[in-house]
Ligand binder design. Structure first.
Ligand code: URA
Length: 211
């Protein structure tokens, strides 16, 4: 299977907001608001190719055929906890999307993803699933999430993150060659603790004010 693309979203608004988020002095409130706003902008990009169909409508002036989104519906699938940070921004644009929750935590010793919760809509196989996690670091969580979604029948999965490490992209493309990636930046590398460098630290902690 040919590897799907990595779509780098280098829109100036996204890049500006990401730089504000990286600042270690950004408040929890500011970090959360910015992640939401970037979520909205990334949602705009990841849905760019949704098919349209022409439907009959009547304006106050005349009848016309107008484009509406056709066919497949969306499921947003945040990986808990940091993926939730994208949710409100995306739901503002696609309010009728369903939401799957994927509970995975990173074992601090092995860095492997451990599942603790998974709930997805029954008809997930008929939907486009937008998998959400701000940080594509080792790729362990993202790969585990894709395999959980596929075990429920999901066939059309797209992965949206904020930052990606080259190591995570390579791993993800090897294991999930059919899943395209959207990211706002590709950073230098992972450090020995599996953190993205320069990155922005622990996205979940920064979003929820924990440590
Ligand atoms: N998860 C994070 O929150 N930050 C990283 O740098 C890597 C994984």
């Amino acid at each position: 299977m040919t590897k799907q693309s990595v779509n780098l979203v280098n829109h100036p608004l996204v890049q500006h907001k990401l730089s504000l988020m990286r600042d270690k002095d950004r408040s929890t409130k500011g970090f959360r608001e910015l992640l939401n706003e970037i979520g909205m902008l990334l949602c705009y990009e990841v849905t760019r190719d949704l098919p349209l169909e022409m439907v009959d409508i009547e304006t106050p002036v005349a009848a016309m055929k107008a484009p509406k989104i056709a066919g497949k519906k969306l499921t947003l699938a945040p990986i808990l906890r940091a993926g939730v940070g994208f949710l409100d921004g995306m739901l503002a644009l696609v309010p009728s999307a369903r939401v799957a929750h994927i509970g995975l935590y990173r074992d601090p010793e092995t860095l492997q993803a451990v599942e603790y919760f998974f709930k997805a809509p029954q008809d997930v196989l008929e939907r486009i699933v937008i998998l959400l996690d701000p940080m594509l670091a080792t790729g362990n969580s993202a790969c585990a999430a894709v395999s959980l979604l596929k075990s429920r029948g999901a066939r059309d999965i797209r992965f949206v993150c904020l930052l990606a490490a080259p190591e995570g992209i390579a791993r993800f493309q090897d294991e999930c060659p059919d899943v395209p990636i959207w990211t706002a930046a590709i950073d230098e590398r992972l450090n020995d603790h599996g953190y993205i460098v320069p990155g922005l630290g622990d996205a979940g902690d920064r979003m929820f004010g924990t440590r």
